[in-house]
Design a protein around this ligand. Structure first.
Ligand code: HEC
Length: 199
């Protein structure tokens, strides 16, 4: 009996309850009052779940171990200060404020949700809004020291090769795919009213 409670209760809380809440994940249509950008009709948008747009790049991200130092989850305010860190939670300011916590639906098109283990570096859920220039993204991977003097971001020079002309280096297809993936990371699709009023 005691043993049953010791093992049964954690199993219920850690396995069954999360499973049942994850099983509820669905799609939600925008109504007229909502303002979907880019012609999106539903949330989560299967076509433009843009952060999933570079499958190969995501594999490179996983293989290079980026998730050991970078997370991809904006926690609710009760769990941490993520919402207050400038730029982390998505686009801010103006009439349309998209900054928000990540939701389970934000990961539905990803075969593996790369939530990350630790935050040695900044959260990358919305890095596609913070760094929009391709070359600048490459520089973060190739020459991080050049950009951040004291940063702990290691150089991923092995993803680059010497250019044929002999001047400088050029990205390999792995580096290009990784940059595609990073530029696409935008976990801030506007949430429809139907989603906010679910349950
Ligand atoms: C050893 C830990 C570590 C690993 C591994 C690592 N990073 Fe970083 N990364 C950092 C740190 C620390 C920073 C912050 C540098 C600074 O601003 O001083 C950073 C910054 C960045 C930034 C800039 C973010 C911003 O908002 O300005 C990007 C993009 C980035 N990393 C991508 C990657 C990718 C992609 C990988 C895998 C190929 C990776 N990182 C692997 C530690 C790491």
């Amino acid at each position: 009996m005691g043993l049953g409670i010791c093992f049964g209760l954690p199993w219920l809380i850690l396995v069954v309850v999360p499973y049942l809440s994850a099983a509820k994940v669905g799609t939600f249509a925008y109504s007229e009052g909502d303002h979907p950008e880019d012609g999106q009709k539903v949330y989560p948008d299967p076509v433009s779940q843009r952060y999933g747009s570079s499958d190969y790049g995501r594999q490179v991200y996983a293989a290079e171990g980026c998730a050991y130092c970078h997370t991809q989850v904006i926690r609710p305010t009760y769990a941490g200060p993520d919402m207050w860190i400038p730029g982390w939670a998505g686009r801010e300011g103006g009439k349309e404020n998209f900054a928000r916590e990540t939701q389970p639906e934000d990961y539905v098109t990803e075969p593996v949700a790369l939530l990350g283990y630790q935050r040695i570096g900044p959260d990358l859920s919305n890095v596609g809004h913070r760094i929009t220039d391709r070359e600048e993204m490459h520089r973060h991977l190739r020459d991080p020291r050049e950009l951040e003097l004291e940063g702990g971001m290691p150089s991923f020079r092995h993803l680059y090769r010497r250019s044929l002309t002999g001047e400088g280096v050029e990205p390999t297809s792995r580096a290009d795919a990784l940059v595609d993936y990073l530029l696409s990371l935008k976990k801030d699709q506007p949430l429809p009213a139907a989603y906010l009023s679910r349950n």
